[in-house]
Design a protein around this ligand. Sequence first.
Ligand code: MN
Length: 205
Amino acid sequence: MYEQIKLPYETNALEPYVDQLTVETHYGKHHVTYTKTFNELAEKAGLNNLSAEELLASLDKVSDETLKKALKNQGGGYYNHNLYFEMFSPSPSKEPTGKLKEAIDKTFGSLDELKDQLSKAAAGQFGSGWAWLSTDKSGALVVSASPNQDNPISEGTGRIPIIGLDVWEHAYYLKYKNLRPDYIKAFFEILDWGKVSARYDEIVG
Ligand code: MN
């Protein structure tokens, strides 16, 4: 059973950056549906013994193209939103720490430069999709973007995302309408770098 994370804050706690109705709809409707459908599909495919990460990394094993595509979409929708909602906090740590701070300084020169690159990847994703900061066991940091609910795992890069910036219109349209760049700025006001740093440490070890 793949479980939707419990929100680690109230639905109105991210105001004014992400409004209550958006959290209620995004987490309470969209994410709920992705989770339910992914569970059904993974069972149908006989792959529900795998973790969501393992499953998304082994989509090549699914020979039925329709089922493969559905697992990529719904499994991505499940996994990506667990990451997205987990990394917010109403009182976020504003700076990365430890190994992640070192890696950001080494790769991007500064946190501001990383934020700039991630913002550009998010703003430049045409249509629905995500921008990512991802890593692997070596600790390398990569900024990328994906369409739909694809992610660095299902794309077969061997990397695992540590930040997922959702730029589907359902993530921002109720409050920001067409102003995706304003939502992207707001995203960084509630992103908890303490949580991102902890996730990086877990992956890099
Ligand atoms: Mn979304």
